[in-house]
Design a protein around this ligand. Structure first.
Ligand SMILES: Cc1ncc(COP(=O)(O)O)c(C=O)c1O
Length: 393
């Protein structure tokens, strides 16, 4: 009966629960080796530094840390965020809006710019919870073809011509789900298309600092003419800790004020205690040293996953070889739907995320996303053995 009391909005009727969160929810079974979540290894969190940062926050700021505060964010955090972003792109604290994770940034941008039915161009495949956030505002997502270097500029040009999009959404570095990084040349070519056509960019960069090898590539926002037409999202989640729910975005001009007003309506502000503690952590501790430590561990795990896949994948299957981040993207090819393999895999004690939910349209169902960050090399090898049995390789 209660179903009839609440009449869901037509936008919400399109919503599906995140398959990743659903898979994570059934992974309580201790014997399952999970390649499913993009979850930082909790044993690497800097617990003592965070304990001190929260204690400092309460002792030093007192009631301010527990009070309502500005929507745009605490000055201490905006200053630290601007400093970090300025490594690639000169950024003033007044160009920074604090968010409750970059996930909130995705929603704020979409709700500020998109009317129901408007098109957002996304990569094929793209981050599935961005698809969820965009669906909440009634956006129509259109996937644009990519190769190993990222979205194809000609395909983007054509899609802009055909669909008149409000926005292009890209994750250029260590993309979720593929682990791919867009080359510097490709960034320049994509920027050229966007500047010429006047379409704004939502650039999502939670993984960029998590590099294990190779040269770092500045964000597309740093390309000529792009800073003023890009909302660039960063997050503490993948490099510090996702539980603090702290991220920040960089933007210029009027859009900043609109995003701030949207955030007022969504959540008033990000938790002041968390903002001040993260600001203190950034000002006091060596985040680069922490990232280097994490990268050392993740590199070994990535190598274990790639070696294990090389030894087991059937003829014709492919796996990406990321230089950082958290994910390897596997394409088996043929006509087997990875979602149909998942229950058998879970029975055998291994989990992954099927590829289909990462597509805005026309999913390649023979794909799957494997995260290499949470398990030891030995567990990764055992998990891949189970996976091979489930697939019958
Ligand atoms: C590409 C991408 N964007 C945004 C997020 C959201 O991260 P958070 O809200 O924790 O910053 C994630 C998390 O997995 C992600 O992979």
């Amino acid at each position: 009966m209660t179903e009839d009391v609440f009449r869901l909005s037509s936008r919400f009727a399109q919503m599906k629960s995140s398959p990743v969160r659903d898979i994570l929810a059934v992974l309580g079974r201790g014997d399952i080796i999970s390649f499913a979540g993009g979850i930082p290894d909790p044993t690497l969190f800097e617990l003592a530094d965070f304990r001190e940062s929260f204690a400092y926050t309460l002792e030093n700021y007192g009631p301010r840390a527990l009070q309502y505060a500005s929507t745009i964010g605490e000055p201490e955090l905006r200053e630290q965020a601007a400093k970090r972003m300025s490594r690639h792109l000169p950024t003033e604290p007044n160009q920074v809006q604090v968010t409750s994770g970059s996930q909130e940034g995705l929603y704020l941008v979409a709700t500020t710019l998109v009317d129901p039915g408007d098109v957002i161009l996304v990569e094929r495949p793209t981050y599935l919870t961005a698809v969820q956030a965009f669906t909440l505002v009634g956006a129509r997502m259109v996937g644009v073809d990519s190769d190993e270097f990222g979205m194809l500029p000609d395909a983007l040009d054509d899609a802009i011509e055909t669909h008149d999009p409000k926005l292009v959404y890209l994750i250029p570095t260590f993309q979720n789900p593929t682990g791919r990084t867009m080359s510097a040349d490709r960034r320049a070519a994509i920027a050229e298309v966007l500047v010429r056509t006047g379409v704004p960019l939502l650039e999502d960069d939670p993984y960029g600092e998590l590099r294990f090898e190779g040269e770092s590539v500045p964000p597309i926002a740093a390309q000529p003419g792009m800073a003023e037409r890009t909302v660039l999202l960063n997050s503490a989640s993948k490099v510090m800790a996702p539980g603090v729910r702290v991220g920040w975005l960089r933007a210029e001009g009027q859009i900043l004020r609109s995003l701030e007003i949207a955030k007022q309506g969504v959540g008033l502000q990000t938790a002041v205690t968390d903002q001040l503690a993260v600001a203190h952590y950034l000002a006091t501790y060596d985040l680069d040293a922490h990232i280097a430590k994490v990268a050392d561990v993740y590199r070994t795990r990535r190598d274990a996953m790639l070696a294990g896949l090389d030894a087991r994948l059937p003829e014709g299957a492919t796996a990406t070889r990321p230089e950082g981040g958290m994910f390897v993207w596997v394409r088996i090819g043929g006509d087997v739907d990875s979602a149909l393999i998942l229950p058998k895999a879970v029975d055998l004690g291994v989990a992954f995320v099927p590829g289909w939910p990462f597509y805005a349209d026309h999913p390649d169902r023979t794909t799957m996303r494997l995260s290499f960050v949470t398990n030891s090399p030995e567990m990764i090898d055992e998990g891949l053995s189970r996976l091979a049995t489930a697939w019958g390789w």
